[in-house]
Design a protein around this ligand. Structure first.
Ligand code: SF4
Length: 181
């Protein structure tokens, strides 16, 4: 898996100060995507143990709230294969930090065993390691700059652990409609 960027001290992509990993590769090709260069799976650099170590070290800072996975598409099957063992490491080595992920796939698509595009043997184990999933493709016709943590109104900020418990998507407390001023 390649990545395009790692943003340290990010305050835009989740709650609090976070480390954000922008993975490469996305097959959604949403109209007006804000970073189409990341569609290419070969964009950027290879994600290696060196990057894993640096991210985990950053998460150990007391004021850093957690990790956010962005893209590109973290839930493309080839990216899931690399991110699952990495997230296990994060949980073990930086306990207590929150993990958010963005995905152009919806909760329903990710949990549909018939959906060969995104559902793999790694999907449920990966979801189990997340606190929050912001799901859905970017729909330019539903774009709303006033939304917090998401770009278009169709996207949802989901509480992953509650959703897994209930077996259906449950909105997170962070799914407020408007940005906090
Ligand atoms: S899912 Fe995200 S990265 Fe992929 S095309 Fe849509 S907006 Fe762009």
């Amino acid at each position: 898996m390649n990545y395009g960027n790692i943003k340290y001290y990010d305050i835009a992509d989740g709650v609090g100060v976070r480390t954000t990993l922008f993975v490469s590769g996305c097959t959604h090709h949403c109209r007006d995507c804000f970073q189409p260069e990341t569609w290419d799976f070969n964009f950027g650099e290879e994600f290696t143990e060196k990057e894993e170590d640096a991210i985990i070290a950053s998460l150990k800072e007391g004021f850093v709230e957690g990790l956010t996975l962005l893209g590109g598409e973290p839930f493309e099957p080839e990216n899931q294969r690399v991110l699952l063992p990495f997230l296990k490491r994060v949980r073990e080595e930086a306990p207590g930090k929150s993990i958010w992920s963005y995905s152009g796939y919806t909760w329903e698509e990710l949990n549909d065993p018939e959906n060969r595009r995104c559902h793999t043997e790694d999907t449920l184990p990966m979801l189990k390691l997340l606190d929050v999933l912001v799901d859905g493709e970017f729909h330019t016709e539903e774009k709303n700059l006033g939304l917090r943590f998401r770009g278009s109104a169709n996207q949802r900020v989901l509480d992953v652990q509650e959703s897994l418990k209930k077996g259906e998507p449950v909105l997170s407390e962070y799914n407020e409609r408007e940005k906090i001023k």
